[in-house]
Write a protein that binds this ligand. Sequence first.
Ligand code: PLP
Length: 451
Amino acid sequence: MHQSNRSLLDIDRDHLIHPVTSFRGHEARGATLLQSGKGMWLTDMDGREVLDAFAGLWCVNVGYGQDSIVEAAAEQMRRLPYATGYFHFGSEPAVKLAQRLVDLSPDGLDHVYFTLGGSDAVDSAIRYITHYYNAIGKPAKKQCIALERGYHGSSSTGAGLTALANFHRGFDLPLRWQHHIASPYPYRSDLEGDDAAIIARSVQELKDKVAQLGADNVAAFFCEPIQGSGGVIVPPVGWLKAMRQACDELDILLVADEVITAFGRTGPMFACEAEGVTPDLMTVAKGLTAGYVPMGAVLMSDKVYQGIANGAAPDVAIGHGATYSGHPVSAAVGLEVLRLYTEGGILANGQKVAVRFDAGLAGLADHPMVGDTRGRGLLGAIELVADKGGKTRFDPALKLADRLFAKGYENGVIFRAFADNIIGLAPALCASDAEMDEIFARIRKTLDDLL
Ligand code: PLP
């Protein structure tokens, strides 16, 4: 059939493979096509307006329809749409963006490698770490440790650090050098209420895992400062600092995966900042360009950079890179997005409206379906349980997460509904107090509808 005679939805079903979506499920259900957005609001192809409480996929942190970003991209496309970073070429926006990131990030992260997104950033970090240990004459140090419930993207190596079952199932992952320790998950811990004990247990588990693998074989510990896709798990304050200290004692690198938490999502510009932590490598993406165009980055300490630099002959290229690394249009967008966070006041607005967000979360705690609410900055979760006292999860056969998402959409709010019935929230930092209240009113109605 000629394309013009078929609906977009039929074409989508027949030809477009959607990320992290059941093929058969999608054939049956089809897509919801989004048409436009402004601020916190999205409009779908049926003209329905919905409040986006998830900033796209935790990325559109400055909201939709920011004209200055569009202008920055158009101006760069007109002037120079592409410049390779290969062969010692470069472009003005990529250089300026690297400088901005070095200036804004925790002291000690002095070098920036641009990637195409978060998965590529995690993969690049793994590649650089491997290169680093070979270069400094410790080639056995290759084992990597991450957290259960962690998410580090879906590349063929990084997905092994991800500890969510459907990213491993059918893909022969994780690989032999990827290991996991328990997530610091206060609500589901027998130590709930004793933050110091939760932190001490994580530190001990990392030490035990390193001892089991042999200290000379372990390269790095990867973690999200707050776990996102695992269900927005907020560790106790001080956890990251303690893990930094443990990594130093164990002589392993700390990689902070700030793909979600960077750029004001948890309050400060970077989540590491709140704990006074400088990781050896930091991965970022999402909020860097606020979802307007793809881009990520690896920020690297001078120690790792110098180790790699000293280990290679000056005339031999370090064979890691991509055609679009440091893409000038993405970099121009990144610069404008960072300007909006800082001089544009969006970071400050996010910190202000986070008070309302917190109140909204707390206000749902009395709901009969709500077992736990948690959050930091504008990253939060509402964990639903069948029985508050016993923290019993709902029967998976109920497929509550699917129903929650559908009902939420019907009520005009988009959030993430994780399979174990955790509602994930990550509204844009440009939200008003009134929009924040509206988000929580719509979520309450959604829960009431499903009671
Ligand atoms: N790391 C973390 C912590 C993430 O949350 C994500 C994506 O959600 C990734 C890595 C992968 O990023 P991307 O989807 O841009 O490849």
